[in-house]
Design a binder for this molecule. Structure first.
Ligand SMILES: [Zn+2]
Length: 352
């Protein structure tokens, strides 16, 4: 069987920013065939079904795309050089390492003493832009009984994930010449709204995620130093928990502010899995040192609402999207063992 290091280095050598995953998908298609699997292309998404006989269906998903290379690299972002036990390159950590470990872990689980059940491996595109990836793929697949989303978590199982709401709040006023006075200053209205939002509290504290957070992240208003502005717009980023319906949060904001509120996005819901569910227990049994936690960052898990899911994989999310991104060889190899054990444990726990 191909070494995990070689597979990951190959994947890192093929650039795959969101929307341009074709070449890396072709490389994975070859790999699936080499493993004896039957790859299926759905656009730039790729799947293969490993069938150990009747039993539950476990989805293993990670993504093929990366963020753009960006600046300040001291290594070649696509040379996949190995130095001091680290594999460097864009996507090494997020999430090609998870993908390589998942594929080879699944291959090992089915190479001998195959578990009784089915594993669907899905390499999806456009995760970094939450685009035409898993969300478009899922309706084409049989509904999984449980899922694992491969993201760098240090092999700790994320049992909950925050959602995202983006709002725009327009303060309106009446323009006038600044020298003459009069008019209604929209910037002042927006300022009152910023202060009102800073006092808004969400009392329900989720055991893994804490309370929702709200931040005003952008403000724009005014056109000239000598004109009382008639319009000022705030952008608000809200990270949600399962304790609040998105509508409830939007309603709280509407009550708190003077301006008119527009919902730019509220489709990315918070998700959570009962820590006692077999898929979480299987992840913990695969890495007894792992600590279940709540993840503040989005991933393709948002599209798996209603499917018991755990987010886990080798690497460290603090290295994602940074220059000189890397994954340690030891982390990668532990990842392969982790996914193999997770698969075996899941089918023992879900269908003993
Ligand atoms: Zn990722």
């Amino acid at each position: 069987m191909i070494l995990a290091v070689e597979l990951l280095r190959d994947l890192v050598r093929i650039p795959s920013p969101s929307g341009r995953e074709d070449a890396v998908v072709a490389r994975l298609e070859d790999e699936f065939r080499r493993l004896g699997w039957t790859p299926q292309r759905h656009g730039r998404n790729l799947t293969a079904l490993l069938d150990g006989g009747p039993g539950p269906l476990l989805l293993l998903n990670s993504h093929t795309d990366t963020v753009p290379v960006g600046e300040n690299w001291t290594k070649d972002p696509h040379a996949a050089q190995v130095e001091n036990g680290r594999i460097y390159g864009r996507g090494a950590n997020d999430a090609k390492g998870c993908l390589a470990a998942m594929i080879l872990g699944a291959a090992q689980a089915f190479a001998k003493d195959a578990p009784k059940g089915r594993v669907l491996v899905a390499a999806s595109c456009e995760e970094e832009v939450l685009g035409k990836g898993l969300e478009k793929l899922l309706p084409l697949l049989p509904r999984p009984d449980a899922a694992v989303v491969g993201e760098p978590t240090g092999l700790n199982p994320a049992v909950a994930q925050k959602g995202l709401i983006v709002l725009e709040i327009d303060a309106s006023g009446r323009a006038a010449h600044a020298a003459h006075g009069g008019g209604v200053n929209a910037v002042e209205g927006a300022a009152r709204d910023v202060l009102a939002l800073s006092k808004l509290r969400f009392d329900k504290v989720h055991p893994a995620l804490g309370a929702p957070t709200l931040n005003v992240t952008q403000i724009s208003g005014g056109s000239s130093h000598n004109v009382i502005p008639d319009r000022c717009t705030l952008v608000v980023d809200i990270r949600t928990t399962p304790d609040y319906a998105p509508d409830e949060i939007v309603a709280r904001v509407r009550e708190a502010v003077e301006g008119s509120v527009r919902v730019r996005s509220s489709r990315l819901d918070s998700v959570a899995t009962d820590p006692a569910h077999p898929v979480v227990q299987a992840a913990l049994a695969a890495n007894p040192a792992g600590k279940p936690y709540g993840s503040p960052t989005l991933s393709d898990w948002v599209f798996l609402k209603g499917v018991p899911t755990v987010k886990a994989g080798p690497g460290d999310s603090r290295r994602s999207h940074t220059p000189d991104e890397y994954l340690e060889v030891a982390e990668l190899e532990a990842g392969v063992r982790f996914y193999e054990a997770l698969i075996r444990n899941y089918f023992l726990k879900a269908a003993p």
